[in-house]
Design a protein around this ligand. Structure first.
Ligand code: FES
Length: 263
């Protein structure tokens, strides 16, 4: 991969050809807001908040920096009057959609938007109606977790994120990654009596494991299996043991080893 020079807000930066400008900017400490971007996921270009103005080396005009690849001589400006105006308008629209979302409110405030001029036609109170369709949950579930539980369905104003046929999913491993990346915090999850209910995804249910030693509820069964399969090959004696009991076991074992050394 060759190295190129890009110019962001009149300052030159060296980067790899093809690296997305939003990523370069963030690495260099340049503040460009983004709602649908995550370092570990593919760019999606949905929220449009990351817009920048291309002034040289590419097609002139305003475009999303999360999907703008670095090429030699590319020059962008991140905060022209036009960019700031569009960005603020978008933030107002998102605030109208999800007025109570703390991280969204914080992001808006950082960019000078504390209230919205827009009012939704129909006031919708169901949490999932406050989704801003950033697609982070879909991408984390499909790309990072590999479970493919949810996707977009419908068109235009009827677009939603849901499970196939809006039925409970048997592919969900109960990892909660979707809820963790959601900027509007609308994904509802509840753990009750050994069952994790992913309420927002058609009330999908996943069984939680119980610690063999203390009986405490642990992570969901399919998540534990997945972690062991993909990441660590935990010895059989630890597979049904919660983290606290594992740590206790290790502490006791280390203590015995220290005692043995001093004898
Ligand atoms: S971060 Fe680029 S469009 Fe959302």
């Amino acid at each position: 991969m060759s190295t190129v020079t890009v110019i962001i807000d009149k300052k030159k930066y060296r980067t790899e050809q093809g690296e997305m400008i939003l990523r370069v900017a963030r690495r260099e400490g340049i503040d460009i807001p983004a709602l649908c971007y995550h370092e570990g996921l593919s760019p999606f270009g949905a929220c449009r908040l990351c817009m920048v103005e291309v002034v040289a080396g590419g097609r002139p005009g305003i475009t999303t920096s999360c999907t703008l690849a670095a090429t030699d001589g590319l020059e962008v400006k991140t905060a022209t009057d036009g960019v700031v105006k569009i960005r603020r308008g978008l933030l107002e629209l998102y605030l109208a959609q999800a007025p109570d979302a703390p991280s969204l409110r914080q992001l808006a405030a950082q960019h000078g938007v504390t209230h919205s001029r827009f009012v939704r036609e129909r006031q919708k109170d169901a949490p999932e109606e406050k989704c801003v369709l950033c697609g982070l949950c879909v991408r984390v579930c499909n790309e990072a977790v590999g479970a493919g539980v949810i996707n977009f369905t419908g068109r235009g104003p009827e677009t939603k994120v849901t499970t196939p046929y809006r039925e409970p999913s048997n592919a969900c491993i109960g990892c909660t990654a979707c809820a963790q990346v959601c900027p509007t915090e609308v994904i509802q999850i509840a753990d009750v009596r050994g069952i994790r209910s992913v309420i927002t995804w058609s009330d999908t249910k996943v069984a939680l494991k119980q610690c063999r030693i203390c009986g405490r509820t642990m992570e969901p069964e399919p998540l534990v299996q997945e972690v062991h399969r993909k990441i660590i090959d935990l010895s059989e004696e630890f597979k049904d043991v919660c983290i606290k009991c594992r740590q206790r076991y290790r502490t006791v074992k280390l203590h015995h080893m220290d005692m043995a050394k001093t004898k």
